[in-house]
Design a binder for this molecule. Structure first.
Ligand SMILES: Cc1ncc(COP(=O)(O)O)c(C=O)c1O
Length: 354
């Protein structure tokens, strides 16, 4: 079942084409095209074999200090875990809602996590693929919890910090989970740390996307202290591996990487949108390093993916994505050279794109 769920399936295509995985051009996973930071590679090389032959440091004081400084969260609010997706499952188990309101379309781990936690997903259709908070009403939908994502995957919509805070204040008594996996690209819109005063509230953060290291599984959550304590009580003994901890620490220390990535992102994202439009695609504006595009009538993502796959290029099709369909496709922002390769690879379907 995991097959149909995610982008980033380079291993499968490499096996299919009989080529090394590094030859695959992956537009299907939304990773920072400027990463990973050099310091991460260095720390991993230097940590071997010690990091393999000892159990991980479960206290991770240096990493915890860095994350507290970064988010303004107190140490007791911070939960480390093996990626944002795992922490979502943990948050749902800790909050134990029966019904969870989720704007649709949504990141595809969300339905899976909700079902795994024994809850029911109550869909809230995003009209025109934009979330209008005024129409989102957990009380009317009999939901104890709401799961929001900002910037949103797959649409790229960023929720305004003040509007979101005002909406949350209008809905006391509900559990709230906010997935901020892509917030590094719009840091001013984060709800941290102000939201931590609210009970039954969790903010999820990923370290795999902005630092381009999804092969390591590391992320963190910040929650009100009671919820954070419940989450930690439900975790296994070693929730994060030692290499993951060291890599996370090195990534966060590299503030130059963060600065450069943001500057490059702001410089490159408009050109990417422009290229997509020149190709005849209609991208939604996006606050993240990706764009959801609407395809011209008569053309499907499945057809484009079939043209690109033999050329070693992966894109995220949406045919089985609730709330989207085969008339959409999601593309990650990659380097200018990679974008040119994508454009050239689409040459054969140019007529259909116009
Ligand atoms: C919105 C969102 N949250 C979480 C994740 C998963 O992050 P991680 O790699 O930290 O598990 C993703 C990955 O695509 C995502 O899009």
């Amino acid at each position: 079942m995991a097959e149909a769920l995610h982008g980033g399936r380079i291993w499968e295509l490499a096996r299919e084409l009989g080529c090394p995985p590094e030859e695959i051009l992956d537009f299907s996973a939304n990773l920072n095209p400027f990463g990973p930071p050099e310091g991460v590679l260095k720390v991993i090389r230097e940590a071997l074999p010690q990091a393999l032959t000892a159990y991980p440091d479960t206290e991770a004081p240096a990493l915890r200090r860095l994350l507290c400084a970064r988010t303004g969260a107190p140490d007791r609010s911070l939960v480390l875990g093996h990626g944002g997706a795992a922490l979502l499952m943990l948050a749902l188990r800790a909050l134990a809602p029966r019904r969870v309101l989720v704007p649709i379309p949504c990141f595809q781990e969300q339905p899976r996590a909700i079902h795994a936690a024994g809850a029911v997903l109550v869909p809230h259709a995003m009209a025109d693929l934009r979330l209008d908070l005024d129409t989102l009403d957990p009380a009317a939908s009999h939901c104890e919890a709401v799961l929001l994502t900002s910037p949103h995957n797959p649409t790229g919509q960023s929720l305004d910090h003040s509007e979101l805070m005002a909406w949350i204040q209008r809905h006391p008594g509900r559990s709230i989970i906010i997935d901020e996996a892509f917030i590094d690209y719009t840091p001013n819109q984060s709800l941290l740390p102000a939201i931590l005063a609210r009970p039954r509230t969790v903010v999820l953060r990923s370290l795999t996307k902005f630092y381009a290291m999804p092969g390591l599984r590391v992320g963190y959550a910040c929650a009100d202290e009671a919820t954070a304590a419940r989450m930690m009580a439900l975790q296994e003994g070693w929730p994060v591996g030692q290499l993951d901890l060291l890599a996370a620490e090195a990534a966060l220390r590299d503030t130059g990487f963060e600065q450069r990535s943001l500057e490059n992102f702001r410089a490159d994202a408009p050109g990417f949108q422009q290229l997509l439009m020149e190709l005849g695609l209609s991208p939604l504006p996006s606050a993240g390093p990706y764009a959801l595009v609407k395809l011209p009538a008569g053309l499907t993502g499945t057809r484009l993916a079939a043209v690109l796959r033999p050329q070693g290029i992966l894109v995220r099709t949406c045919s089985e994505w609730p709330g989207l369909g085969d008339g959409y496709m999601r593309l990650a922002l990659r380097s200018r050279a990679d974008q040119v390769r994508l454009a050239e690879a689409l040459e054969g379907v140019r007529a259909a794109l116009r």
